[in-house]
Design a protein around this ligand. Structure first.
Ligand SMILES: [Fe+2]
Ligand SMILES: [Fe+2]
Length: 147
């Protein structure tokens, strides 16, 4: 029996951006949803053992969009006098470092098992950061009328 004929379960999203993950600032929520979508795209590649689209390329897309998102948050928080900006920046910096390290580890190897492990770590980090650091900063923005 050909492996390709194996019946697959309906595709489930690896990460779901739910209403509960909303931090109450539209531009930030929108970008978080996009980050979740890119992570799902990576996971779909891993599940399909897709060799045609390189993991490295989508990883680069994730890193580029993460950079854009962090810059957006930091600019917005700075412009609104967020008192814990430096701490928040340091957490972003740590995530940047991790992303760069993971990308190096994935390299041109397209190692799907390693990629799956990495995606679980990224999911945990992002979920926790959105629920704690970003939520707190967005509350500060909400108090200044930004939604
Ligand atoms: Fe953040
Ligand atoms: Fe964020």
């Amino acid at each position: 029996m050909a492996a390709a004929s194996v019946d697959r379960k309906p595709f489930m999203q690896f990460m779901v951006f739910t209403d509960k993950m909303s931090d109450g600032v539209a531009s930030i929520d929108h970008q978080h949803a996009r980050l979740v979508a890119i992570i799902n795209q990576l996971y779909a590649l891993v599940l399909k053992h897709d060799k045609a689209t390189s993991l490295e390329k989508v990883f680069d897309e994730l890193a580029a969009y993460t950079e854009q998102h962090f810059e957006h948050e930091e600019t917005l928080f700075a412009a609104n006098g967020y008192p814990k900006l430096e701490e928040h920046r340091a957490h972003h910096e740590e995530f940047r470092r991790r992303l760069a390290e993971y990308r190096d580890r994935i390299g041109g190897r397209n190692d799907t098992i390693l990629a799956a492990d990495i995606l679980h770590v990224l999911k945990q980090w992002l979920t926790a950061h959105i629920a704690t650091d970003d939520k707190e900063a967005c509350r500060h923005l909400n108090e200044r009328g930004i939604r």
